[in-house]
Design a protein around this ligand. Structure first.
Ligand SMILES: Nc1ncnc2c1ncn2[C@@H]1O[C@H](COP(=O)(O)OP(=O)(O)OP(=O)(O)O)[C@@H](O)[C@H]1O
Ligand SMILES: [Mg+2]
Length: 223
């Protein structure tokens, strides 16, 4: 499984399924990342920058929005990232920014054209129906966890087809990975390891479990 920094990754699943854990595990493998940290839970993932405009001052930057309009702050953040290029935006609770009816200009630009300047976005949300359609249309990789209501699965089935049905039987921390280009799927599980007092996750081969036939040939290419 190869996921490139300039691609679009969407992690979906009900509350508490393990989306943030997976997003952190994926993000930790990136050399250059720009985290838009709505809930302030990625503080130890890089240098905290006081303004969105400074996000490119560090290869690993974290920006915590402080106003009641994070969408507007995301516009400034995205503008800065698009300007410097070659970074992956990490966006947890993405429904705050990619709302169905009003996606900002730069937020759209990231999805549609970000790859031309080396910019991708990896995001997570539990609000399937509250995420802009554009996100689903532009996604390269989906990690689908268990969903809360059948309506969510129906919506995803409309977009991606019956392949999403495989997500019905997942446990916490388990995801159905879908490569949108090939429509190949793979079931993965993130293992949490206790390290000292910190819990940390490593998406290396021995921490990720897969049940597909291609596992052996893909062993070196987790990310
Ligand atoms: N693979 C796993 N194995 C065991 N426990 C896990 C695993 N992944 C997550 N958890 C635990 O489940 C809880 C929820 O995880 P996490 O915060 O990642 O979920 P989430 O989907 O982001 O939830 P929310 O929708 O509330 O943001 C945490 O206590 C976490 O430690
Ligand atoms: Mg979360």
């Amino acid at each position: 499984m190869i996921i490139k920094g300039d691609e679009i990754v969407v992690i979906i699943g009900r509350k508490g399924h393990g989306k943030t854990t997976l997003l952190k595990a994926l993000a930790s493998q990136l050399q250059r990342r720009a985290i838009f940290d709505i809930l302030g839970s990625y503080r130890d993932f890089g240098a905290l920058v006081p303004t969105a405009a400074e996000v490119c001052a560090y290869d690993k930057a974290v920006y915590i929005p402080h106003s009641e309009a994070p969408e507007q702050e995301f516009e400034a953040f995205a503008a800065a990232v698009l300007q410097c290029g070659y970074r992956t935006i990490i966006l947890d609770e993405a429904h705050w920014i990619y709302r169905p009816k009003s996606v900002g200009k730069n937020a759209q630009f990231v999805l549609r054209l970000g790859r031309h300047v080396g910019v991708g976005i990896w995001m997570a949300t539990h609000r399937v129906l509250d995420l802009a359609k554009l996100v689903y249309q532009q996604a390269d990789h989906i990690f689908l966890g268990k969903l809360l209501v059948p309506r969510d699965l129906e919506e995803l089935r409309r977009i991606y087809g019956p392949v999403v049905n495989e997500a019905k039987e997942l446990d916490r921390g388990e995801f159905l990975y879908i490569n949108i280009e090939t429509m190949k799927t793979k079931r993965i599980k993130i293992f949490k390891r206790q390290v000292g007092t910190n819990r940390e996750v490593n998406l290396s081969n021995n921490n990720i479990e897969s049940n597909t036939k291609t596992e052996a040939e893909e062993e070196d290419d987790i990310l």
